[in-house]
Design a protein. Sequence first.
Length: 146
Amino acid sequence: MRALRQSDTVEGAAVAKLLKRGEIKINISDKILLAPQGGAMPFASNEMIIYRNYAGTPKQAAGLVAHEAEHFLQNLTPALYANGSSALKAELAAYGVQRRVDSSFFLRTDHEALEYILKSPLYPQVTQSVADSLLQSGINYTKRLR
Ligand SMILES: [Zn+2]
């Protein structure tokens, strides 16, 4: 909570407010995952999972919480998330919030996030052709991708 506020960002303050009001909840899990996954936001839930193993510093944990909170606000459904294009937009937005809250986050641009999403086993629905069509579609943030 403190790290969220200390990030001095609109996003960090918004997430801290959601937590304070009880609109979202955090479940810390000690489960050790094989894939590098710091958190999860189950569909139709307000309770995110943060994996302690990947939480890192308070700042990094705040970034993870902000990422999952962004997914909460996106109201994702299994069908929407199974769609590569929708999933890619959702993840780019979530990684964007994460790096603004956590200035130490390693994915510093949408382009870096896109490359990471394409390589990660977590997002099999996001293929190179999905990425290419998003880049060509002229949606707002695609301009920053190149
Ligand atoms: Zn995500």
